[in-house]
Design a protein around this ligand. Structure first.
Ligand SMILES: NC(=O)c1ccc[n+]([C@@H]2O[C@H](COP(=O)([O-])OP(=O)(O)OC[C@H]3O[C@@H](n4cnc5c(N)ncnc54)[C@H](O)[C@@H]3O)[C@@H](O)[C@H]2O)c1
Length: 327
């Protein structure tokens, strides 16, 4: 199987490339290196089954030539995360939509299958948070008065675009909604909470909690996420499906901070702040976000289950082994 990964120098893309090579696949990867890093690919750049191209997914002609003889496109490139995209909502929005459109147009011509990397953010701010989030439920995005929701809206729009190409042009599509994928290689600069907490705790600096810390999240180890992606890709009935990929082990952000401090034997304090993007946004942070992964489990027999201790340990070891970690 020959797979093109867009955003291959990113956190999930680089881990997926390594996993697929181990499974005997041929992998072509592209990235504009805006937020990606070639260091992540250093141990596969010489692999004869891997080739890398520095290009922007929005460059149609480049992408057209890269996708020749490709069976699958795993489209992971994009402007990622609420904290990043809130700073430049219009450009992030446009890139996420345009890049997806280019991929789908190419799939329409070549017949390659596409796996679209989406996010739990598309569930928006549901009224009822007592239940785990299931793929069939409505998307409840607040009105577009604040850039906080631009990332979620861009990813939801990309999903609708993929679904439209599936229905109108018969493009083979699978949408994977990731829930807080983390692990070694994810930098604090990504804005993701766990590498930030680990980095601060290692330096005995305060861990900042936005809100009161009672909001809960589930953290998915990146190696579990890429295994789930692979299992979904090889499933014979994946066409047109939307699938949650995430751990169901829930923890409050306050407990998470305490856990990181305890595990790393740190003297960091916990401080509380109001998040920038929450001010004037008319919405509070999402209280609870837990995936329902019955569909993933029924289809693939797989459940992401790596425990938090292992995840924290992997991030801490990665930070110790690199001088590039900021904050
Ligand atoms: N990590 C998570 O927790 C998480 C959660 C939900 C969804 N996702 C989704 O998974 C995908 C991968 O996320 P990630 O965590 O690896 O992010 P990442 O930022 O590490 O990787 C994205 C990569 O895409 C590249 N890129 C951005 N725009 C590009 C363009 N126009 N052309 C070419 N390359 C471009 C960046 O340089 C970067 O290397 C994204 O689509 C993201 O929305 C990630």
């Amino acid at each position: 199987m020959h797979i093109l990964i867009t955003g291959v120098a990113g956190f999930i893309g680089s881990n997926l490339a390594k996993f697929l090579l181990k499974k005997g696949c041929k992998v072509t990867g592209c990235d504009n290196l805006k937020n990606g890093n070639l260091d992540r690919l250093s141990n596969i750049l010489d692999d004869s089954d891997f080739r890398f191209f520095e290009t922007d997914v929005c460059q149609f002609s480049d992408m057209e030539s890269l996708t020749k003889n490709v069976d699958w496109i795993c489209h992971l490139a994009g402007e990622v995360g609420v904290s990043h995209t809130s700073n430049r909502p219009a450009s992030s929005f446009k890139v996420n939509i345009r890049a997806t459109e280019v991929i789908l147009e190419i799939d329409k011509k070549t017949g390659a299958k596409v796996l679209l990397g989406s996010t739990s953010e598309v569930y928006g701010n549901p009224v009822n948070t007592s239940e785990a989030l299931v793929e069939t439920q409505a998307i409840t995005l607040p009105p577009p008065v604040h850039p906080r929701w631009a990332y979620a809206a861009s990813k939801a729009a990309a999903e609708y675009l993929a679904s439209s190409y599936h229905h109108e042009f018969g493009v083979h599509t699978v949408i994977c909604r990731f829930f807080n994928v983390t692990g070694a290689g994810q930098l604090p600069e990504s804005g993701m909470v766990l590498p930030i907490f680990v980095s601060k705790a290692q330096k005995n600096k305060p861990l900042i909690i936005y809100g009161d810390g009672s909001q809960t999240r589930c953290f998915t180890y990146v190696e579990d996420a890429v295994e789930a992606i692979f299992r979904v890709m090889v499933h014979p009935e994946n066409n047109g499906q939307i699938i949650n990929i995430g751990s169901t082990k829930e923890i409050s952000i306050l407990k998470l901070a305490g856990e990181v401090i305890r595990q790393l034997n740190s003297s960091s304090e916990i401080m509380y702040k109001e998040p920038k993007w929450q001010m004037n946004s008319g919405t509070k942070d999402i209280k609870r976000r837990i995936p329902n992964i019955e569909k993933l489990h029924k289809m693939t027999g797989f459940k992401p289950a790596t425990d938090l201790h292992t995840i924290i340990d992997s991030i801490a070891k990665f930070h110790n082994s690199t001088h590039k970690v900021g904050l």
